[in-house]
Design a protein around this ligand. Structure first.
Ligand SMILES: NC(=O)c1ccc[n+]([C@@H]2O[C@H](COP(=O)([O-])OP(=O)(O)OC[C@H]3O[C@@H](n4cnc5c(N)ncnc54)[C@H](OP(=O)(O)O)[C@@H]3O)[C@@H](O)[C@H]2O)c1
Length: 256
Protein backbone atom coordinates (compact mmCIF):
# COMPACT_ATOMS: atom_id res chain seq x y z
CA UNK A 1 0.00 0.00 0.00
CA UNK A 2 1.33 3.44 -0.91
CA UNK A 3 0.05 6.81 0.27
CA UNK A 4 -1.51 7.00 -3.22
CA UNK A 5 -4.09 4.34 -2.44
CA UNK A 6 -4.07 4.18 1.34
CA UNK A 7 -7.85 4.69 1.58
CA UNK A 8 -8.71 1.99 -0.97
CA UNK A 9 -11.90 0.24 0.19
CA UNK A 10 -12.56 2.87 2.89
CA UNK A 11 -15.91 4.60 3.23
CA UNK A 12 -15.78 8.20 4.45
CA UNK A 13 -18.33 10.80 5.48
CA UNK A 14 -17.11 14.41 5.42
CA UNK A 15 -19.43 17.09 6.81
CA UNK A 16 -19.35 20.54 5.28
CA UNK A 17 -17.66 19.18 2.17
CA UNK A 18 -19.35 21.52 -0.29
CA UNK A 19 -16.67 24.18 0.20
CA UNK A 20 -13.38 25.11 1.85
CA UNK A 21 -11.53 22.64 4.03
CA UNK A 22 -14.21 19.94 3.75
CA UNK A 23 -14.05 20.00 -0.03
CA UNK A 24 -10.24 19.66 0.06
CA UNK A 25 -10.57 16.73 2.49
CA UNK A 26 -13.14 14.97 0.26
CA UNK A 27 -10.93 15.45 -2.81
CA UNK A 28 -7.90 14.14 -0.88
CA UNK A 29 -9.70 11.07 0.46
CA UNK A 30 -11.15 10.15 -2.94
CA UNK A 31 -7.78 10.79 -4.59
CA UNK A 32 -6.29 8.10 -2.36
CA UNK A 33 -9.02 5.55 -3.01
CA UNK A 34 -11.89 6.24 -0.58
CA UNK A 35 -15.55 6.47 -1.48
CA UNK A 36 -16.90 9.66 0.02
CA UNK A 37 -20.27 10.96 1.21
CA UNK A 38 -20.13 14.72 0.68
CA UNK A 39 -22.33 16.41 3.26
CA UNK A 40 -23.53 19.99 2.81
CA UNK A 41 -26.19 22.27 4.26
CA UNK A 42 -27.75 24.51 1.58
CA UNK A 43 -25.24 25.00 -1.22
CA UNK A 44 -26.19 22.09 -3.50
CA UNK A 45 -24.37 23.59 -6.48
CA UNK A 46 -21.11 23.72 -4.52
CA UNK A 47 -21.65 20.15 -3.26
CA UNK A 48 -22.16 18.95 -6.84
CA UNK A 49 -18.96 20.79 -7.80
CA UNK A 50 -17.10 18.90 -5.05
CA UNK A 51 -18.57 15.61 -6.27
CA UNK A 52 -17.45 16.36 -9.82
CA UNK A 53 -13.87 16.80 -8.57
CA UNK A 54 -13.67 13.44 -6.78
CA UNK A 55 -11.56 10.71 -8.35
CA UNK A 56 -13.10 7.25 -8.62
CA UNK A 57 -16.74 6.26 -8.32
CA UNK A 58 -19.46 5.52 -5.82
CA UNK A 59 -19.53 8.91 -4.07
CA UNK A 60 -22.70 10.71 -2.98
CA UNK A 61 -23.85 14.09 -1.72
CA UNK A 62 -26.18 14.50 1.27
CA UNK A 63 -27.81 17.56 2.72
CA UNK A 64 -28.67 18.23 6.38
CA UNK A 65 -28.83 21.13 8.79
CA UNK A 66 -26.59 19.79 11.53
CA UNK A 67 -28.26 22.05 14.06
CA UNK A 68 -31.18 19.62 13.80
CA UNK A 69 -30.22 16.41 15.68
CA UNK A 70 -32.75 14.24 13.83
CA UNK A 71 -31.52 15.52 10.47
CA UNK A 72 -27.91 14.84 11.48
CA UNK A 73 -28.72 11.23 12.40
CA UNK A 74 -30.77 10.66 9.26
CA UNK A 75 -27.95 12.06 7.12
CA UNK A 76 -25.45 9.62 8.63
CA UNK A 77 -27.81 6.68 8.06
CA UNK A 78 -28.33 7.71 4.45
CA UNK A 79 -24.59 8.09 3.89
CA UNK A 80 -23.80 4.74 5.48
CA UNK A 81 -26.51 3.06 3.44
CA UNK A 82 -25.15 4.51 0.22
CA UNK A 83 -21.55 3.56 1.02
CA UNK A 84 -22.42 0.17 2.56
CA UNK A 85 -21.00 1.19 5.96
CA UNK A 86 -18.55 3.70 7.35
CA UNK A 87 -14.85 3.66 8.24
CA UNK A 88 -14.01 7.36 8.50
CA UNK A 89 -15.93 10.36 9.82
CA UNK A 90 -14.61 13.90 9.41
CA UNK A 91 -16.65 16.43 11.42
CA UNK A 92 -15.73 19.60 9.55
CA UNK A 93 -18.93 21.63 9.08
CA UNK A 94 -18.95 24.84 11.03
CA UNK A 95 -20.23 28.40 11.30
CA UNK A 96 -18.58 31.57 12.53
CA UNK A 97 -20.38 34.78 13.40
CA UNK A 98 -19.47 37.88 15.36
CA UNK A 99 -21.46 38.34 18.58
CA UNK A 100 -19.52 40.75 20.83
CA UNK A 101 -20.91 40.65 24.34
CA UNK A 102 -20.80 44.43 24.82
CA UNK A 103 -22.68 45.30 21.63
CA UNK A 104 -25.56 42.81 21.27
CA UNK A 105 -29.05 42.66 22.67
CA UNK A 106 -29.86 39.50 24.62
CA UNK A 107 -32.00 37.95 21.87
CA UNK A 108 -29.24 38.31 19.26
CA UNK A 109 -26.70 37.01 21.77
CA UNK A 110 -28.87 33.97 22.47
CA UNK A 111 -29.38 33.27 18.76
CA UNK A 112 -25.66 33.41 18.07
CA UNK A 113 -24.88 30.99 20.91
CA UNK A 114 -27.63 28.58 19.90
CA UNK A 115 -26.62 28.56 16.23
CA UNK A 116 -22.91 28.23 16.90
CA UNK A 117 -23.08 25.56 19.58
CA UNK A 118 -25.90 23.84 17.67
CA UNK A 119 -23.84 23.36 14.51
CA UNK A 120 -20.19 23.33 15.61
CA UNK A 121 -20.50 21.27 18.76
CA UNK A 122 -23.86 19.49 18.97
CA UNK A 123 -23.99 18.89 15.20
CA UNK A 124 -20.66 17.07 15.40
CA UNK A 125 -21.67 15.28 18.60
CA UNK A 126 -24.91 13.85 17.19
CA UNK A 127 -23.33 13.02 13.83
CA UNK A 128 -20.67 11.12 15.76
CA UNK A 129 -23.25 9.27 17.85
CA UNK A 130 -24.88 7.92 14.70
CA UNK A 131 -21.60 7.19 12.91
CA UNK A 132 -20.05 5.31 15.82
CA UNK A 133 -22.56 2.47 15.38
CA UNK A 134 -21.29 1.97 11.83
CA UNK A 135 -17.62 2.28 12.78
CA UNK A 136 -18.08 -0.40 15.46
CA UNK A 137 -19.83 -2.64 12.92
CA UNK A 138 -16.84 -2.11 10.58
CA UNK A 139 -14.47 -3.33 13.29
CA UNK A 140 -12.96 0.10 13.92
CA UNK A 141 -12.29 3.38 12.21
CA UNK A 142 -11.26 6.99 12.42
CA UNK A 143 -12.96 10.17 13.60
CA UNK A 144 -11.27 13.49 12.85
CA UNK A 145 -12.80 16.68 14.20
CA UNK A 146 -11.94 20.07 12.72
CA UNK A 147 -11.74 22.50 15.62
CA UNK A 148 -9.83 25.81 15.79
CA UNK A 149 -6.95 27.75 17.26
CA UNK A 150 -9.69 29.89 18.79
CA UNK A 151 -10.34 27.13 21.36
CA UNK A 152 -6.98 28.04 22.93
CA UNK A 153 -6.37 31.64 21.93
CA UNK A 154 -9.89 32.84 22.65
CA UNK A 155 -12.41 34.50 20.34
CA UNK A 156 -13.18 37.92 21.86
CA UNK A 157 -15.82 38.76 19.25
CA UNK A 158 -17.17 35.25 18.84
CA UNK A 159 -17.00 33.58 22.24
CA UNK A 160 -19.50 30.86 21.30
CA UNK A 161 -17.19 29.87 18.44
CA UNK A 162 -14.21 29.47 20.77
CA UNK A 163 -16.35 27.58 23.28
CA UNK A 164 -17.79 25.29 20.58
CA UNK A 165 -14.31 24.36 19.39
CA UNK A 166 -12.95 23.89 22.93
CA UNK A 167 -15.94 21.62 23.55
CA UNK A 168 -15.18 19.65 20.40
CA UNK A 169 -11.55 19.22 21.44
CA UNK A 170 -12.69 17.87 24.79
CA UNK A 171 -15.26 15.61 23.12
CA UNK A 172 -12.49 14.22 20.88
CA UNK A 173 -10.32 13.42 23.88
CA UNK A 174 -13.16 11.74 25.80
CA UNK A 175 -14.10 9.59 22.82
CA UNK A 176 -10.48 8.62 22.13
CA UNK A 177 -10.54 6.83 25.49
CA UNK A 178 -14.12 5.55 25.30
CA UNK A 179 -13.76 4.14 21.78
CA UNK A 180 -10.21 2.73 21.92
CA UNK A 181 -11.55 -0.74 22.83
CA UNK A 182 -13.44 -0.66 19.51
CA UNK A 183 -10.26 0.33 17.60
CA UNK A 184 -11.84 3.69 16.81
CA UNK A 185 -9.20 6.42 16.84
CA UNK A 186 -10.31 9.97 17.54
CA UNK A 187 -8.31 13.14 16.92
CA UNK A 188 -8.79 16.83 16.27
CA UNK A 189 -7.01 19.35 14.09
CA UNK A 190 -7.03 22.98 15.21
CA UNK A 191 -6.34 25.34 12.28
CA UNK A 192 -5.52 29.01 12.49
CA UNK A 193 -6.84 31.22 9.68
CA UNK A 194 -7.51 29.39 6.41
CA UNK A 195 -8.26 30.86 2.97
CA UNK A 196 -11.95 29.89 2.65
CA UNK A 197 -15.35 31.57 2.38
CA UNK A 198 -15.53 31.68 6.18
CA UNK A 199 -12.37 33.79 6.39
CA UNK A 200 -12.76 35.75 3.15
CA UNK A 201 -14.50 38.85 4.57
CA UNK A 202 -11.75 39.25 7.18
CA UNK A 203 -8.84 38.49 4.86
CA UNK A 204 -10.05 40.97 2.24
CA UNK A 205 -10.88 43.67 4.82
CA UNK A 206 -8.73 46.28 6.55
CA UNK A 207 -7.46 43.72 9.08
CA UNK A 208 -6.33 41.25 6.35
CA UNK A 209 -2.66 42.20 6.51
CA UNK A 210 -2.56 41.95 10.31
CA UNK A 211 -4.24 38.54 10.15
CA UNK A 212 -1.65 37.26 7.67
CA UNK A 213 1.13 38.62 9.87
CA UNK A 214 -0.08 36.62 12.87
CA UNK A 215 2.05 33.83 11.41
CA UNK A 216 5.80 34.30 10.93
CA UNK A 217 5.14 32.79 7.48
CA UNK A 218 3.14 35.99 6.77
CA UNK A 219 0.24 34.12 5.25
CA UNK A 220 -2.76 32.02 6.21
CA UNK A 221 -3.21 28.33 5.39
CA UNK A 222 -4.55 26.93 2.14
CA UNK A 223 -7.45 24.48 2.63
CA UNK A 224 -5.28 21.71 1.12
CA UNK A 225 -2.71 22.15 3.90
CA UNK A 226 -5.32 21.51 6.58
CA UNK A 227 -6.74 18.64 4.52
CA UNK A 228 -3.30 17.02 4.42
CA UNK A 229 -3.27 16.92 8.24
CA UNK A 230 -6.81 15.52 8.30
CA UNK A 231 -5.81 12.80 5.81
CA UNK A 232 -2.86 11.79 7.96
CA UNK A 233 -5.10 11.62 11.03
CA UNK A 234 -7.67 9.59 9.07
CA UNK A 235 -5.03 7.10 7.95
CA UNK A 236 -3.70 4.00 9.70
CA UNK A 237 -0.33 5.77 9.89
CA UNK A 238 -1.51 7.83 12.86
CA UNK A 239 -3.32 5.32 15.12
CA UNK A 240 -1.16 6.14 18.14
CA UNK A 241 -2.06 9.83 17.87
CA UNK A 242 -5.52 9.02 19.18
CA UNK A 243 -6.59 11.71 21.66
CA UNK A 244 -4.31 14.33 20.08
CA UNK A 245 -5.35 17.85 19.15
CA UNK A 246 -2.99 18.85 16.35
CA UNK A 247 -2.23 22.55 15.81
CA UNK A 248 -2.11 23.65 12.18
CA UNK A 249 -1.65 27.39 12.56
CA UNK A 250 1.72 28.34 10.99
CA UNK A 251 3.17 29.14 14.44
CA UNK A 252 0.65 31.95 14.85
CA UNK A 253 -0.20 30.68 18.32
CA UNK A 254 2.06 28.43 20.35
CA UNK A 255 0.42 26.73 23.30
CA UNK A 256 2.39 25.03 26.04
N1 LIG B 1 -11.52 29.22 7.58
C1 LIG B 1 -10.86 29.39 8.71
O1 LIG B 1 -10.12 30.38 8.88
C2 LIG B 1 -10.98 28.35 9.81
C3 LIG B 1 -10.09 28.45 10.89
C4 LIG B 1 -10.17 27.51 11.91
C5 LIG B 1 -11.12 26.51 11.87
N2 LIG B 1 -11.98 26.45 10.82
C6 LIG B 1 -13.00 25.39 10.85
O2 LIG B 1 -12.87 24.58 9.70
C7 LIG B 1 -14.14 24.04 9.34
C8 LIG B 1 -14.40 24.32 7.87
O3 LIG B 1 -14.37 25.72 7.69
P1 LIG B 1 -14.30 26.42 6.25
O4 LIG B 1 -13.55 27.66 6.44
O5 LIG B 1 -13.92 25.43 5.22
O6 LIG B 1 -15.86 26.82 6.11
P2 LIG B 1 -16.74 27.30 4.87
O7 LIG B 1 -15.94 27.43 3.64
O8 LIG B 1 -17.52 28.46 5.39
O9 LIG B 1 -17.74 26.04 4.69
C9 LIG B 1 -18.59 25.72 5.75
C10 LIG B 1 -19.20 24.35 5.50
O10 LIG B 1 -20.08 24.04 6.60
C11 LIG B 1 -21.40 23.79 6.09
N3 LIG B 1 -22.41 24.30 7.04
C12 LIG B 1 -22.63 25.58 7.41
N4 LIG B 1 -23.69 25.65 8.23
C13 LIG B 1 -24.17 24.39 8.37
C14 LIG B 1 -25.26 23.81 9.06
N5 LIG B 1 -26.13 24.54 9.79
N6 LIG B 1 -25.43 22.47 8.97
C15 LIG B 1 -24.60 21.73 8.23
N7 LIG B 1 -23.54 22.21 7.55
C16 LIG B 1 -23.33 23.52 7.61
C17 LIG B 1 -21.47 24.56 4.77
O11 LIG B 1 -22.49 23.99 3.92
P3 LIG B 1 -23.10 24.86 2.68
O12 LIG B 1 -21.98 24.99 1.68
O13 LIG B 1 -24.20 24.04 2.15
O14 LIG B 1 -23.50 26.17 3.25
C18 LIG B 1 -20.05 24.32 4.24
O15 LIG B 1 -19.94 23.06 3.64
C19 LIG B 1 -15.16 24.71 10.27
O16 LIG B 1 -15.48 23.85 11.33
C20 LIG B 1 -14.41 25.92 10.79
O17 LIG B 1 -14.87 26.33 12.05
C21 LIG B 1 -11.94 27.35 9.78
Amino acid sequence: MTAGNEFEGKRALVTGASRGIGRAVAIGLAGRGARVAVHYHQDRVAAEETLSRLAGEGHASLSADLADPAAARAMVEKGAEHLGGLDILVNNAGVYEHHPIDRLGFDEWLDAWNRTIGVNLLGAVHTTYAAVRHLIAAGGGKIVNVTSRGAFRGEPNAPAYGASKAGLNSFSQSLAVALAPHRIFVTAVAPGWVETDMAAPFLSGPEGEAIRNQSPLRRVARPEEIAETVLFLASSRSDFLTGAVVDANGASYLRT
